[in-house]
Ligand binder design. Sequence first.
Ligand code: ZN
Length: 245
Amino acid sequence: MRYGIIADVHSNLEALRAVLDILKEENIDRFLCLGDIVGYGASPNECVEQIRRLKSEVVIGNHEWGVLHPEILPFFNPVARQAIEWTRKELFWENLKYLSGLEVVKENELFSMVHSSLYEPTGWHYIFSAEKAELSFSRMKGMICFFAHSHQAVIYSKYRQERCRGFAFPEGGEMFIEEDHRYLINPGGVGQPRDGNPQASFAIYDTELKKVEIRRCDYDIGKAKQKILKAGLPSFLAERLVYGV
Ligand code: ZN
């Protein structure tokens, strides 16, 4: 089985299309989407519709949660809040309905999926340290948990009961799943990478080869920027795409 793994699309249709074009050539059997399909960018309906059309497993992100639960908006920074309020007005009813049906955590015998953390999934915590990663490992059932939220490709690996180790996934990096290890893997952000590289980031998981690859690709950043400005969203959201921050 080959999985295409995407996260943090953030209404960036240009980035999503570029990633899906590559994955079309990769014999993907199923897609995993780790939430934040919307927020920040200017194409929420188009992005939700693209994801709905894929054979995919999807979990909800904090930006969808914000769209559906306006009472949590004070917890977002002003720029994110403004984009969520704009997104809520833009989304068609059927897309809102689709988002409201998404689960917070999905688990099977092989892997789990969550947007933020397994230890308090709707607390929307970032996993930026081995300490935080350990809290999620303590709740993990399978060997791998795919997570997102930080928009940075990273992996934490844990051998039996030893303390886990975290490291950045190098560009074009691949990693083999080893016996007696468990993993927390973030594929990076499709529509708003934040590791200083503006290219879209995504992953491929091959269960037969026991291999996870992180890929990066160019997309039409100029067009995504223009659409954000034309929609009247904060200009910072357009500028940050150029720098990948
Ligand atoms: Zn996000």
